[in-house]
Ligand binder design. Structure first.
Ligand code: UD1
Ligand code: CA
Length: 457
């Protein structure tokens, strides 16, 4: 079988982004652009992926890890110069090389596969992935001869007024015969408007040598969007968001208003779950079957079981079981584990706490650094007093216990199984199992006091 290599161009600073963050690390639906590109190539089963890094090299490598090998382009002298840096790893090897820009996150692996197949069918030395653009401004234009064969690519800045009218553009994705590529790269000059070594010049070089140069035109321009600035970044986000929503809907998830919903590319959602408007699901999140999420919820890096509802609430880096209800207006902060059939009601904040099956915190509470057993009822307004100004302390609440309204549990403290805490208590000592703890001033009624006051007048 033909060996397949891939070179990903990711060394540019991305000046037009006007950003501290290197261009290819800007996220689209939560995943850096270059990672989308490398993942798509991995799907193809390439034998070797080489990413050309320069600006932000360490950060790019940190992000991609062992998904790719790396070569350094010290100075960004152009896309041909960038590919040349991969010579140490692949020059002279028989096989085909896919070159993809790190700033084109929307090109699907299916399209890359079709490009490779077309390249092989045409027995070409180079095949360009092209698209028809309504507004081709900024892209290299595909120039064809009288027989409709590709003769060269001209960059926007080097194009004549007539060439600028051409709507067929270079997507920046190519397939090359690997040996021919590295031979042709040696002949590329930087005699052009930008003084750069252009990879597209390889096309004209090969064509003039009488080699077969082909083009594979995709009919979906939206795939080929190159992200050079924040306007294009938002456009890429919109397109990818639409794709992700469509994927979930085709898998059996109802999304009431896809335009108002943001789901990361790494989220999994089960069947018959309904996503209401204004929902954001970020990071690596997993939501089970038959859930109802939203309206207006923000979930990040969290796992949710089946038949659970999360209404107008924020859930971060936490795990929620099945048949559980969260919200409206609850805040589940990192490292929390809510079990099955748990209820977290309005204006409740939970931080780094575990709640066992069937436990309820229905209204206006703060639960921090707390382990709550099963079937516990936490009354309205209960506070776990976890912070002494220096350190955080743990509260433990045993199974089947009942904490009355407006209690303060001063940690470290432990409430035994099956015990009761009277409403309004400030608990500073451990409560044994099956006990009633009352820690509040005893009420005194002054009989007839009102008349006494009146007499004084
Ligand atoms: C490039 C193509 C253009 C095509 C467009 C598609 C060239 C000269 N032009 O233009 O024909 O229509 O992509 O999106 O290739 N990079 C390096 N090292 C460099 C220069 C660039 O690694 O020295 C990387 C960048 O990080 C980027 C990619 O190559 O990921 C493309 O570079 P960019 O400057 O965005 O090229 P375009 O002007 O978009
Ligand atoms: Ca670009």
């Amino acid at each position: 079988m033909t060996r397949t290599y891939a070179v990903v161009l990711a060394a540019g600073q991305g000046t037009r982004m006007k950003s501290k963050l290197y261009k290819v690390l800007h996220p689209v639906c939560g995943t850096p652009m270059v990672e989308h590109v490398v993942r798509n190539i991995s799907e193809l089963g390439a034998d070797k992926i080489v990413t050309v890094v320069g600006h932000g090299a360490e950060k790019v490598q940190e992000q991609l890890g062992s998904e790719s090998e790396y070569v350094m382009q010290e100075e960004q002298l152009g896309t041909a110069h960038a590919v040349q840096q991969a010579a140490s790893l692949i020059e002279g090897l028989p096989g085909i090389t896919l070159v993809v820009c790190g700033d084109t996150p929307l090109i699907r692996h299916e399209t890359m596969q079709q490009l490779i197949e077309h390249h092989q069918d045409e027995k070409a030395k180079a095949t360009i992935l092209t698209a028809m653009a309504e507004n081709p401004s900024g892209y290299g234009r595909i120039i064809r001869d009288a027989e409709d064969n590709v003769s060269k690519i001209v960059e926007q800045k080097d194009a004549s007024p007539k060439e600028r009218l051409v709507k067929e553009i270079n997507t920046g994705t190519y397939c090359f015969d690997n040996e021919a590529l590295f031979k042709a790269l040696k002949q590329v000059s930087n005699d052009n408007a930008q003084g750069e070594y252009y990879l597209p010049d390889v096309i004209e070089i090969l064509q003039k040598q009488g080699e077969t140069v082909a083009a594979y035109a995709t009919d979906d321009f939206s795939e080929t969007l190159g992200v050079n600035d924040r306007v294009a970044l938002a456009e890429a986000e919109r397109i990818m968001r639409g794709r992700i929503a469509e994927k979930h809907m085709r898998n059996g998830v109802s999304i009431v208003d896809p335009a108002s919903v943001y789901i990361s590319s790494e989220t999994e959602i089960g069947r018959d779950t309904v996503i209401q408007p204004n929902v954001i699901i970020e990071g690596t999140s997993k939501i089970g079957d038959d859930c109802e999420i939203g309206p207006s919820s923000h979930i990040k890096n969290s796992q949710i079981g089946d038949r659970t509802t999360v209404h107008s609430s924020v859930v971060t880096s936490s795990t929620i079981g099945s048949d559980t209800a969260v919200g409206p207006y609850a805040h589940i902060r990192p490292d929390s584990q809510l079990g099955d059939s748990v209820k977290i009601g309005n204006f409740v904040e939970v931080k780094k706490s575990a709640l066992g099956q069937g436990s309820k915190v229905s209204h206006l509470s703060y639960i921090g650094d707390t382990e709550i057993g099963t079937n516990v009822n936490i009354g309205c307004g209960t506070i776990t007093v976890n912070y002494d100004g220096k350190e955080k302390h743990v509260t433990q609440i045993g199974d089947d216990s009942f904490i009355g309204c407006n209690s303060n549990l001063i940690a470290p403290v432990s409430i035994g199984k099956g015990s009761y805490v009277a409403a309004g208590s400030t608990i500073s000592k451990d409560v044994p199992e099956d006990a009633l703890a009352i820690a509040r001033a005893r009420q005194e009624n002054k009989e007839g006091y009102v008349q006494k006051l009146n007499l004084k007048k």
